[in-house]
Design a protein around this ligand. Structure first.
Ligand SMILES: Nc1nc2c(ncn2[C@@H]2O[C@H](COP(=O)(O)O[C@H]3[C@@H](O)[C@H](n4cnc5c(=O)[nH]c(N)nc54)O[C@@H]3COP(=O)(O)O)[C@@H](O)[C@H]2O)c(=O)[nH]1
Length: 919
């Protein structure tokens, strides 16, 4: 409901919206823009940008810090190198000084006196740190301090170097394990010349390489920094990493051969395992390079920590942002979905309402100061509403309905809508328009409460109303004559009784049955019968006042209702007499003048009955009495007539109960029984068939003749279930005899008019045969001539269907009807039955003899078998036999017998080779 109110506004005014072309592109752009502005789309995009910026900033900061850390590390390395270089320079200077002093001492004091001379002057370096050695020109160590275990330097690289090189340049050996002390040692040496400048030996200072890295400061260089002293040959003489001192690795300095800050030494495992910033610098006094390095991991630890913090911070912020964006976007998406659904619903509603044949008015309630409904204002409408009101949507928009509605309905509509707005309960109303959209148009209004108003749907229901009127007319009127039918008469009779009861007046009811109508119908056909009914109906109608009702109940039954009779009700007698006379006047139908009369039964309210039912039943009784009295007269009901009605009612109830007793699951005995009357061949005396005849064992009245109840069953329609039972029982019995090994005889079953007209007759016959397994040619259906003539075409069709199944057909009571020879020729029958009324006086009545002979001859001409019924005497039989009648049935041979007696009869006659013949 809310949707209706909210949705209709923009949609229902679609005709004011821009149309095709450029505006459509603009609309599309706007739609895309709108979509982009949707939070669930814009927010993630914004968040993405934010994340990008944040990460860009973070990475930028990290990079800056990294660079700063690298620079700081490099600077620290340079500083370290500066310090180390100074230390190393001092150490090397001390060593070189010692070498020079040694050399000088040798030159002054000779090789052997040099050391004592130095010792004497206090210039001999402490033996704990420096091992000094002096060799002669052949490499023999001539002096050493402390005393050297070695005696010869001839094969050492430095001896060889100095022997070969006349220049006074120092030499630094590779670090090696001392042959004698097994301690790592690095040798510094200088050439000693004699006075003539010839090579006279070598002065050597040997010392532990750790000496050169003792300046390693853990607090400054960490655990993985390095200090090293490498030769210009690229071999490290001493290397300290943390607490570990080593030597002999190859060191490749930076590309420019100087300070190689930032380069990483990868010469040996100890160097390779760590990324370091390394710097080196050549020493002046010796062909050595001072190397200092700092571990990047240690030096940039702070940076790494900061970087982790930055990354963690940015990651956490990103995760938080993403989570928030996801939540908000999901929520926004849901909202957008809901909005989209709503919009779709709105569009659908708008499209539907535009396409609808109904007029839609969405009204907003206008409240007064005390909250009372004061008016309704049009919020929106559809195109149909424009046609209904002859106003455009714009003209109606925002207008109060009080100004739009015709004054004739303004108040009632307002009251109706107010009630809906107040109670929230939808209301529907139908009314006939006096002005808009057209006078006389039937309209249906449905008002439904919505959030802030009422939606009114107005539909043109004129066609439906007309249809209803037509249906009502058809339901209450007779098709043929257009007169009121039974149901309308009952209605009017009920009303007349109520009115009469209030006014203390009487009501007259006359049942009219045409005499001789059946004859006209049967002989001249249905069309003639219909024409007659119309003419007679019109004539009777002309005799009545406008307040009176003439109804047709079907067939040839008419009823006159005379309401509001004042004074002596018998005063209607002349009117009825006029009616009777009008009926008896000749009528020209199908070119023939025919004449019918009528039997009239009359009752009065309140004298003869207080209810419509009682009055109708009593009028019917009186009408039957008129018939019994020879037709063409008027009978007024008297209570004595009712006895036969009561009897009929009792019998009808009994019949209904009897049908129930024959249901398969009924525990007690079936009140109906079938007797079977044998049919014999007049020439051979063979029993070839039986006719099934029903009997009713009434629980109180004993055996009731079919003559008493078949007519009633026919009238009430009960003949259909009864006939069905007869069919099934007869078929089952015929098959039971066959199954018992008795000679096969066909069973014939009487089918009455109502049964024959039953749409399911053929189906019922087929069911009975199927259920019993009796072959179709074991069954014969007997129908009367008059029954076939009721609707010849349809009867023949049905007979053909039965014949096609293999079921035989015979015409019962032949001679009493009016079938023409040409009609008879078209019947798919196999047997004619001469009615017993012609057989009864066969011996004495030449007329009956003539009729019997004519029927026999006619039957034979049509190639039919002829059977005579009601044969009681031998004379009758002899006459029939003499006149070539084929078959007979009657008391002479046998009365109708129970099935067991027929079985005995069949068994007896079958004594010889199953021959069911008897004489
Ligand atoms: N639709 C159905 N009609 C049925 C059924 N069973 C019977 N009927 C019809 O009821 C009418 C009376 O029948 P019923 O009292 O059984 O009388 C039949 C015979 O008993 C009687 N009859 C036979 N032979 C003689 C005779 O020698 N003399 C004599 N006076 N009467 C005799 O004739 C009746 C058979 O008539 P018909 O059917 O015309 O062959 C009667 O009209 C039955 O048709 C039923 O199941 N369904």
């Amino acid at each position: 409901m809310n949707m209706l109110v909210r949705s209709s506004g923009p949609s229902l005014t679609s005709d004011t919206e821009p149309s095709a072309g450029a505006p459509r592109t603009r609309g599309l752009l706007a739609r895309w823009l709108g979509l982009a502005l949707e939070t669930h789309i814009s927010l993630p995009l914004f968040a993405l940008a934010l994340l990008g910026a944040m990460w860009f900033g973070t990475l930028h900061v990290i990079e800056s810090e990294r660079r700063a850390a690298v620079v700081a590390t490099r600077d620290a390395t340079q500083e370290l190198l500066d310090t180390y270089e100074a230390q190393l320079a001092r150490s090397l200077s001390a060593i070189d000084q010692t070498l020079r002093v040694l050399k000088y001492a040798v030159e002054q004091n000779g090789p052997t006196g040099a050391l004592p001379a130095l010792e004497a002057k206090g210039l001999l370096p402490p033996g704990l740190v420096f091992q000094v050695e002096i060799s002669d020109a052949s490499g023999h160590i001539v002096a050493s301090n402390p005393a050297s275990k070695r005696h010869d330097l001839a094969r050492t690289a430095w001896f060889e170097f100095h022997r070969q090189t006349s220049d006074d340049v120092p030499f630094v050996s590779l670090t090696s394990l001392s042959e004698y002390s097994k301690e790592p040692t690095v040798h510094f040496s200088r050439r000693i010349n004699d006075a003539t400048g010839r090579f006279s030996g070598v002065a050597v200072v040997a010392l532990d390489p750790a000496y050169f890295t003792s300046g390693y400061e853990r607090s400054r260089q960490g655990d993985r920094g390095l200090l090293g002293m490498a030769g210009t040959d690229g071999m490290l003489r001493a290397l300290r990493v943390g607490e570990t001192v080593s030597w002999g690795q190859r060191f490749v300095p930076g590309a420019n051969g100087g300070v190689a800050a930032g380069t990483t030494a990868r010469g040996a495992p100890v160097l390779e395992s760590e990324a370091r910033t390394v710097a080196s610098r050549p020493m002046n006094s010796f062909p050595l390079v001072a190397v200092a390095g700092l571990s990047e991991a240690e030096q940039m630890a702070d940076f790494y920590q900061d970087r982790r913090a930055w990354l963690l911070g940015a990651g956490a912020a990103s995760a938080l942002l993403i989570a928030v964006v996801i939540l908000v976007s999901a929520w926004s998406w849901q909202l957008a979905k809901a909005r989209r659904r709503e919009r779709l619903a709105q569009e659908t509603y708008a499209a539907a309402s535009e396409a609808s044949p109904d007029a839609f008015f969405v009204l907003r309630t206008v409240f007064g100061p005390r909250g009372e409904v004061r008016d309704f204002v049009v919020a929106t409408t559809n195109s149909r509403a424009e046609r209904f009101t002859s106003l455009t949507k714009q003209q109606m928009a925002a207008k109060p309905i009080s100004g739009l509605l015709p004054p004739s309905i303004s108040q009632s509509v307002f009251d109706d809508l107010s009630a809906v707005a107040r109670d929230g309960i939808a209301r529907e109303t139908e009314w006939q328009a006096q002005t808009l959209p057209q006078p006389g148009v039937w309209l249906h209004r449905q008002a439904v409460a919505v959030e802030d108003g009422v939606v009114v749907i107005v539909r043109d229901i004129t066609e439906r109303k007309m249809g209803e009127q037509r249906i009502r007319h058809l339901a209450h009127h007779d098709d043929l004559t257009g007169l009121p039918n039974r149901s309308l008469l009952r209605e009017r009779l009920g009303q007349a009784i109520v009115t009469a009861a209030e006014a203390g007046r009487a009501v007259g009811l006359a049942f009219i049955d045409l005499d001789g109508f059946k004859l006209v119908n049967d002989t001249l056909g249905h069309n003639a019968g219909d024409e007659l009914l119309k003419v007679v109906g019109a004539r009777m109608h002309r005799c009545l006042r406008s307040d009176d009702t003439l109804a047709r109940f079907g067939g040839d039954e008419f009823v006159i209702l005379l309401p509001d009779l004042a004074g002596d009700p018998m005063a209607i007698a002349p009117l009825l007499e006029r009616v009777r006379e009008a009926v008896t006047e000749p009528v020209l139908v199908e070119g023939q003048e025919v004449q019918v009369s009528c039997s009239v039964g009359v009752t009065f309210y309140p004298r003869d009955g207080a209810s419509a039912n009682a009055l109708m039943m009593h009028a019917d009784v009186a009408m039957y009495r008129a018939k019994e009295l020879g037709s063409n007269n008027v009978q007024y009901y008297v209570s004595e007539m009712n006895e036969s009605v009561d009897e009929k009612l009792v019998l009808l109830e009994g019949l209904r109960a009897a049908i129930d007793t024959c249901a398969e699951d009924y525990p007690g005995p079936c009140q109906f029984q079938l007797l079977y009357q044998p049919k014999v061949d007049l020439r051979t005396n063979c029993l070839f068939g039986v006719e099934a005849l029903i009997r009713w064992h009434h629980p109180e009245q004993g055996l009731v003749s079919p003559l008493r109840f078949i007519g009633l069953a026919e009238e009430s329609g009960l003949i259909v279930p009864i006939g069905d039972w007869v069919l099934r029982t007869a078929c089952a019995q015929a098959q039971a005899w066959r199954t018992a090994g008795l000679p096969p005889v066909s069973v014939s079953v009487n089918v009455s008019a109502r049964q024959f007209e039953d749409k399911r007759l053929v189906e019922r016959v087929a069911d009975a045969l199927r259920a019993s397994s009796l072959p179709a040619d074991g069954l014969e259906v007997e129908v009367t001539e008059s029954l076939i003539m009721r609707d010849l075409g349809r009867s023949i069709d049905k007979m053909r269907e039965l014949e096609a199944m293999g079921v035989a057909l015979s015409i019962d009571d032949f001679g009493t009807g009016y079938s023409s020879l040409s009609a008879l020729k078209s019947f798919p029958i196999s047997r004619l039955k001469i009615d017993k009324s012609f057989v009864a006086d066969l011996a004495d009545s030449p007329d009956d003899q003539a009729i019997a002979m004519a029927v026999i001859s006619l039957g034979h001409k049509l190639d039919l078998r002829v059977i005579a019924e009601g044969v009681e005497t031998e004379q009758q039989r002899d006459f029939l036999r003499a006149n070539d009648c084929d078959e007979m049935q009657g008391y002479l041979f046998s009365r109708p017998l129970p099935a067991s007696d027929i079985a005995r009869l069949l068994a007896g006659s079958a004594g010889d080779a199953h021959d069911p013949c008897a004489e």
